[in-house]
Write a protein that binds this ligand. Structure first.
Ligand code: 13P
Length: 253
């Protein structure tokens, strides 16, 4: 059994001071038995430097929430991979549905971003998700497989092997979202694993995200098709993340 990924994207939350407090507290709460997990946090850009410093030698990976595909240039308000490298980040989240829906991020742009991240040695965490309408039509698997194929188009096996995918149903994310059931997750993850294998990659880990909580994390983590959990609200406190790590580690022990 490979490592189990568990991490949190903070979205547009937490100042530098809050970031320092969160990581310091997490250090004190670090659960025994977390060794089988690879844990990551994805703060906003403005808190990356503080997060890197606070992490020190903790076994905690650091990611950014987005980046531009170009090296530099006239792209007001954007951040390049070169700029992110300065913070010693490990990974970059790409294609969250909030970015696709509210900021017009396209599959074609994501393909360029994935390639740029890989060129810079950053591990892409590609988020894909089905809408409520696609779910009603029984087209969830088809929708997310299409997103993965487009975002990873042109990658060779070695490059695919450095990627992560997060299945985040749009209907499951955030306030008002309802988590997918382990059965739903199993079906979509199976489709994703088949497609990723067809694309020629070694096993690409597929994480689940969307209303993960203390109540459902253990059941989701026990699913063989689930290689990790990508958490929002339930891990925005250090106690929340530490509790989820402990629950997941116990479920997989
Ligand atoms: P919630 O866990 O708050 O539903 O958010 C999930 C998410 O969007 C992680 O990226």
């Amino acid at each position: 059994m490979g490592t189990f990924w568990i991490g949190t994207g903070w979205k547009m939350n937490k100042t530098v001071a809050e970031t320092r407090r969160y990581i310091a507290a997490l250090k004190g709460l670090w659960p025994e038995g977390a060794g089988g997990c690879t844990v990551f946090v994805i703060p906003p850009f403005t808190a990356l430097a503080a997060a890197r410093e606070a992490i020190g030698t903790m076994p905690l990976l650091l990611g950014a929430q987005n980046m531009h595909w170009a090296e530099a240039g006239a792209f007001t308000g954007e951040i390049s991979a070169t700029m992110l490298e300065e913070f010693g980040i490990d990974m970059v989240e790409l294609g969250h549905s909030e970015r696709r829906q509210m900021f017009g991020e396209t599959d074609a742009a994501l393909n360029m971003k994935v390639k740029a991240a890989l060129r810079h040695g950053l591990r892409p965490l590609l988020c894909v998700g089905d809408s409520a309408e696609e779910r009603r039509a029984g087209a969830s698997g088809e929708a997310v497989v299409r997103q993965v194929r487009l975002a990873f188009a042109g990658l060779d096996a070695g490059e695919l092997g450095r990627c992560l995918v997060a299945y985040e149903p749009i209907w499951a994310i955030g306030e008002g979202g309802v988590a997918a059931t382990p059965e739903e997750v199993r079906a979509v993850h199976a489709d994703l694993h088949v497609a990723l294998k067809e694309m020629g990659g070694p096993a690409v880990p597929v994480l689940y995200g969307g209303s993960v909580s203390a109540g459902n994390a253990a059941d989701l983590a026990a699913e063989p098709m689930v290689d990790g959990l990508f958490v929002g609200r339930a891990a925005w406190t250090p106690e929340g993340l530490a509790g989820l790590i402990a629950a997941v580690a116990a479920a997989r022990a």
